[in-house]
Design a protein around this ligand. Structure first.
Ligand SMILES: *[C@@H]1O[C@H](CO)[C@@H](O)[C@H](O)[C@H]1NC(C)=O
Ligand SMILES: *[C@@H]1O[C@H](CO)[C@@H](O)[C@H](O)[C@H]1NC(C)=O
Length: 239
């Protein structure tokens, strides 16, 4: 380690171009995970509870969350005080708009190795068809893969609604398995996390957003899939 430091120091001192790439490699070596979604990603605590799982598994210094946002609006207090608060959760936003207008830029600004997303609730609220939401999902996957051909993708079945009609959410969730299977690939796998089955609407604090018990359910479902991806990615890097 001392030898390495001395090398960098002497390279910098003598003005060798070598110092640039060495520095880049060092700062960019962590696995980058983008939590992508709407308010169910932004103003909730499951991201924090998943970070606890990351820390407990010994991955905290090997990964980071990425995204244009860096916030903890619910003042979540996971066990890991210094959890990474970066994310790409945007309250009220539609999958359709994120696909058509934003995701390409976000991934350009904060590239990712793994994207985990839950989207569609706001599209359903605004009366968009399941076909249109699924088309947005496809566009998002294409953008993710254009950004990183080896992108690992987690798609969540959307949590239930405690207000209004559930038929849009039910229809979307019913389409996701075949959609994911058709787009799946070895280089860029898509895994489904079921955040819907057995999620009681009593664990929604306002009919839409999970309360702490709901966040714990989400973390217990999303965390293992993410840890599995992290494990695979670190093994591939080490090989
Ligand atoms: C996609 O393929 C991976 C294996 O590469 C598998 O684990 C996963 O379940 C598949 N996803 C779907 C939706 O079939
Ligand atoms: C991945 O998981 C396997 C099986 O649990 C474990 O033996 C291995 O150490 C893990 N690798 C990393 C990099 O965490």
């Amino acid at each position: 380690m001392h030898v390495f430091k001395a090398l960098v120091a002497s390279a910098a001192f003598t003005g060798l171009a070598l110092a640039g790439p060495l520095t880049l490699r060092q700062t960019d070596s962590k696995l980058k995970i983008m939590p992508l979604g709407d308010s169910i990603t932004e103003i909730t605590c499951w991201r924090a509870f998943v970070w606890d799982q990351i820390a407990e598994t010994g991955y905290a210094d090997k990964v980071r969350y990425v995204g244009s946002q860096n916030s903890n609006p619910q003042n979540c207090k996971p066990k890991t005080a210094n959890w990474d608060e970066h994310h790409e959760g945007h309250s009220g936003w539609l999958a359709i708009d994120i696909a058509n207008r934003y995701l390409e830029t976000w991934l350009k600004n904060t590239p990712a190795d793994i994207v985990m997303f839950m989207l569609g609730t706001n599209d359903v609220f605004q009366g968009h068809s399941t076909d249109d939401i699924i088309a947005a999902y496809t566009k998002m996957v294409n953008i993710m893969r254009a950004s990183n051909p080896k992108m690992k993708i987690i798609v969540d079945l959307v949590i239930p609604l405690g207000v209004g009609s559930s038929s849009g959410i039910t229809a979307l969730n019913a389409r996701i398995p075949d959609w994911a299977k058709n787009l799946n690939s070895t280089d860029s796998p898509i895994v489904i996390v079921d955040c819907n089955t057995g999620f009681p609407t009593s664990d929604l604090r306002d009919g839409v957003h999970p309360n702490i018990a709901g966040d714990q359910i989400l973390a217990s479902r999303i965390g293992p899939a993410l840890l599995n991806y992290i494990n695979e990615s670190l093994a591939a890097t080490a090989a």
